[in-house]
Design a protein around this ligand. Structure first.
Ligand code: FHN
Length: 442
């Protein structure tokens, strides 16, 4: 059975896109994106020899950043293998590095207690049969699929327990073409606990023709977890992880690109947790194997925040928002605990939490441990004793510990612009009914 016990408690993972394309510095897809000469690219890839790569440094950064799992590219669409595959010589062992980067990665990250995942591209830009497909090159396609399945088997056989298997690049072929059901059976037999994502199929199961579809699809039926990309979207049918970049759009090293700041990355993490999902945040080491300082700095800053506020993120268990209150940020939930995550600080000693119906045991400002006074009020709760000055770097968090599950008052069950408008009448009528300031009819 797929082992989800670690998944939500981990909440936050490091996605690592590192391929020979880093030496070109225009992203991981440059071979196809610019139709580079395949022979020239292969020559450059075979010569790529990252002298400063140390997986232990990457693992230490992940640890310091509060990332509790990681997924590293083993083979991207360019076909270059970062492990000791016996099925091709286009590998980091056979070529210039003479190293098994996947082995160094899994060993270093496990040593830090971090769960390890592997990214594997089904598609291979070098192979004409991949583009011809089964209709135009049945024999070539069959050989290519056999090669692909056998490589997955290598990765699940020689590198110990793998916690997550991240397929990509199914486009333009369907699960039928890839033999995805058979592949999944092999995977389950080799590593029953591994979590497999939903990208073994570029086929929209709802489409009539079992033919290629426009986009590299996210299968609605295959895989253990959803993978919304560059977006955050709950998946009602299964666990999910949003994959996002720390730059702008490309996943591999892009020379001169800007890095997103800590607030932007933390907002993504909080939104995922508020919606009950994970964030897989990508880093792109350069050609030498160094993670740019511009990316490390915000990640470490978030790691320091998680050291104090992680309970509001790790293991949150559902859609967090109890009520459509202006909480200045995000609401996350864990059992009967409600966390109010403040994106910006109101600089008030008293704060109304509108619409909350909660039997409160305690309210605590996590960054200081200070207990706050809590009073009921007509339309929710009042939190008193807040520091006027913002108490900590990034987002302050208040934990409201309740004796039973917090709910929304009837007036707040619906958001502002929905539900029965009559529910607003008592509140509006308190001023009166006329257009004059005193509310008295003339
Ligand atoms: O084409 C790839 C891309 O390079 C990157 O690996 C992302 C990561 O989710 N997946 C594909 C685009 O959806």
């Amino acid at each position: 059975m797929p082992d989800f016990t670690w998944f939500r408690p981990a909440a936050y993972g490091m996605f690592i896109h590192w391929t020979p394309a880093a030496a070109i510095g225009r992203g991981e897809q440059v071979l196809m994106r610019e139709w580079l000469d395949q022979r020239e690219y292969a020559k450059q890839a075979c010569a790529w020899n990252p002298g400063k790569f140390d997986a232990r440094e990457w693992a230490a950064l992940a640890k310091a950043s509060g990332m509790r799992y990681a997924v590293m590219v083993t083979k991207h669409h360019d076909g270059y293998c970062l492990w000791d595959s016996k099925l091709t010589d286009y590998t980091s062992v056979c070529q210039a590095p003479g190293r098994d980067f996947v082995r160094e990665y899994v060993e270093a990250f496990r040593a830090e207690g971090i769960h390890v995942g592997l990214y594997f591209s089904l598609g291979d830009f070098r192979i004409p049969a991949y583009f011809k497909g089964p209709r135009h090159d049945p024999h070539g396609w069959e050989r290519f699929v056999d090669y692909t399945h056998a490589q997955v088997e290598e990765l699940l056989t020689h590198y110990g327990q793998i916690d997550e298997l991240w397929f990509d690049g199914a486009w333009p072929r369907s699960a039928k073409h890839w033999g995805s059901v058979e592949l999944l059976e092999k995977i389950r037999a080799l590593q029953p606990g591994v979590l497999v994502n939903n990208r073994l199929d570029a086929q929209d199961p709802d489409s009539a023709a079992n033919e290629q579809v426009e986009m590299a699809g996210e299968s609605k039926v295959l895989g253990d977890f959803g993978t919304p990309e560059h977006r955050i979207a709950s998946d009602p049918d299964r666990p999910w992880e949003s994959c996002q970049v720390t730059t702008h759009r490309l996943w591999g090293y892009t020379r001169g690109e800007y890095a997103r700041d800590a607030v932007t990355c933390l907002e993504m993490l909080c939104e995922c947790a508020a919606k009950g999902g994970n964030l897989l945040l990508n880093i792109a080491p350069d050609a030498e194997g160094i993670i740019p300082a511009s990316v490390q700095t915000p990640l470490r800053r978030i790691g320091e925040w998680l050291d104090v506020h992680g309970e509001a993120i790790y293991g949150t268990d559902r859609e967090g928002a109890v009520c459509d209150a202006t909480t200045y940020g995000y609401q996350t939930r864990k059992g009967n605990d409600l966390y109010l995550i403040f994106r910006f600080w109101p600089e008030e000693a008293t704060l109304s939490v509108f619409g909350l119906d909660a039997d409160v045991e305690s309210a605590t400002l996590l960054s200081t441990g200070e207990e706050l006074d809590v009073e009921g009020c007509e339309y929710g709760l009042l939190l008193k004793g807040l520091p006027v000055e913002k108490p900590n770097d990034l987002f302050p968090v208040v934990r409201i510990r309740c004796r039973k599950e917090p709910k929304a008052l009837p007036c707040a069950v619906n958001g502002m612009w929905s539900g029965d408008p009559l529910r607003f009448v008592p509140w509006a009528a308190a001023r009166g009914t006329s257009v004059w300031v005193d509310g008295v009819e003339r």
